[in-house]
Design a protein around this ligand. Structure first.
Ligand code: 4NP
Length: 152
């Protein structure tokens, strides 16, 4: 079973949305995947996703309220097939954190979406509701593309 870990900065906005979007997409298609998310930082460890992220997911029929933030660990690079960063800073931090015996493939989330390679999912933390809708659109496009790729 393919396993994927989404990583952003706080694990409270973008990566829980990516986790929720891919779990929902996999359930719709009957795909068996292991999906998780984490943050490069630990400020929000143990907390549920940001209320604005929860509300955005709920508007799209997805419940992320049961998720709890955690910090990425060296073992994640051995446990997951794919460790997927939401933006370039997260990807650079993951490269620096990866242990020598890492087996996971590192990528940027939007690299999975045809025509969007190299793009970042913008951090909505300091913005308004519209930023969360944009993040949702990005992570759900990626969830569809990932499911397409893994179903092949
Ligand atoms: P995320 O957003 O990386 O998408 O979860 C953020 C969450 C928290 C903070 C920054 C970004 N923060 O500064 O606490």
């Amino acid at each position: 079973m393919p396993s994927l870990l989404f990583v952003c900065l706080g694990n409270t906005c973008r990566s829980p949305l990516a986790e929720g979007a891919l779990c929902a997409e996999a359930a719709r298609r009957g795909l068996d995947l292991t999906v998780d998310s984490a943050g490069t930082g630990d400020w929000h460890a143990g907390e549920a996703p940001d209320r604005r992220a929860q509300a955005t997911a709920r508007r799209h029929g997805v419940d992320v309220s049961g998720l709890r933030a955690r910090q990425v660990s060296p073992d994640d690079f051995r446990r997951f097939d794919h460790v997927i960063a939401l933006d370039h800073e997260n990807l650079a931090n993951l490269r620096a954190l990866a242990p020598a015996d890492a087996t996971a493939q590192l990528s940027l989330l939007l690299d999975w979406v045809p025509g969007r390679a190299g793009q970042a999912v913008a951090d909505p933390w300091f913005g308004d509701e519209a930023g969360f809708e944009t993040a949702w659109a990005d992570v759900s496009a990626a969830a569809r593309a990932i499911a397409d790729r893994l179903a092949d």
